[in-house]
Ligand binder design. Structure first.
Ligand code: F6P
Length: 253
């Protein structure tokens, strides 16, 4: 607390909370970018451990930030029997940063069970309608919908569209429509309007309102616009960011 007050982080968190409408935690970035990423992961992992109670269902998304959170999570001293579940299907990203991998890692560290979702996103709507009736997939989706806690990343629209191999003309279209942020396969404009969403067998944005604690985690100044675009009190309860992202957001407000 002393260090936070000394650095003025508490005031910063309060300002961001008033602006974004959600509880905000700012993690000091430090001088080295890689160490900063680790610190964000470590803080978020510890914070989550404090939030989780035995028996909770935890839904997770993919991404390098969430992967770092899973990496930094320290094993629970007494197994706390959580159930982890990917919030959405695979989005064509590397296996290390897929939600399945992150769900498995967190469950193994905390001492619970994990579930995997073996479906890609971006399928035809009719294929999705058939898939969600499959008992093995339905079981995982039902769990995700009953999640007590959801942890998810936020990315900039262009980086995410490219990472998922979106065709160039579609990326240009997204840019023209003003998309700046992405989370959950939804692309948002600066004022929070959704201009595009990928089809998915997983959770929809509207499902988030039923989850006890929705925690968004993101770092880096380049994500400031994306964070403002994607975060709202309607969907998230808590936002964990690094100091760089916080400074970037302050420049926008
Ligand atoms: O693809 C999953 C996802 O959580 C996206 O919704 C989000 O935009 C992205 O990963 C964040 O990735 P990173 O943490 O690598 O920036």
């Amino acid at each position: 607390v002393y260090i936070k007050e000394l650095r003025g982080t508490n005031l910063l968190e309060e300002r961001l909370k008033n602006y974004l409408g959600v509880e905000v935690h700012v993690v000091p970035s430090g001088l080295n970018q890689n160490l900063g990423r680790e610190e964000l992961g470590r803080f978020a992992a510890d914070f989550l451990k404090g939030l989780i109670t035995s028996g909770d269902i935890i839904a997770v998304t993919g991404g390098t930030t969430l992967s770092e959170v899973a990496e930094m999570m320290t094993p629970a001293s007494e197994g706390c029997q959580v159930t982890t579940v990917p919030a959405r299907g695979g989005l064509g990203e590397g296996v290390e940063i897929q939600a399945n991998t992150i769900a498995a890692k967190i469950a193994n560290k905390l001492g619970g069970d994990y579930n995997l979702l073996h479906t890609p996103d971006n399928l035809k709507q009719e294929t999705i309608s058939t898939l969600i009736k499959e008992p093995s997939i339905k079981k995982v989706l039902d769990l995700a919908k009953r999640a007590d806690i959801l942890i998810h990343g936020i990315g900039t629209a262009e980086v995410m569209a490219r990472r998922r191999g979106m065709p160039l003309d579609k990326i240009e279209e997204l840019k023209t429509q003003g998309a700046v942020g992405e989370t959950f396969g939804y692309y948002f404009t600066q004022s929070g309007e959704i201009v595009y969403s990928t089809t998915s067998v997983g959770l929809k944005l509207s499902d988030l309102t039923k989850i006890r604690q929705v925690v968004a985690i993101a770092g880096g100044r380049s994500k400031a616009k994306a964070i403002v675009a994607a975060v709202s009190e309607k969907y998230q309860d808590i936002l964990i960011i690094d100091e760089e992202a916080a400074k970037g957001i302050l420049e926008l407000i």
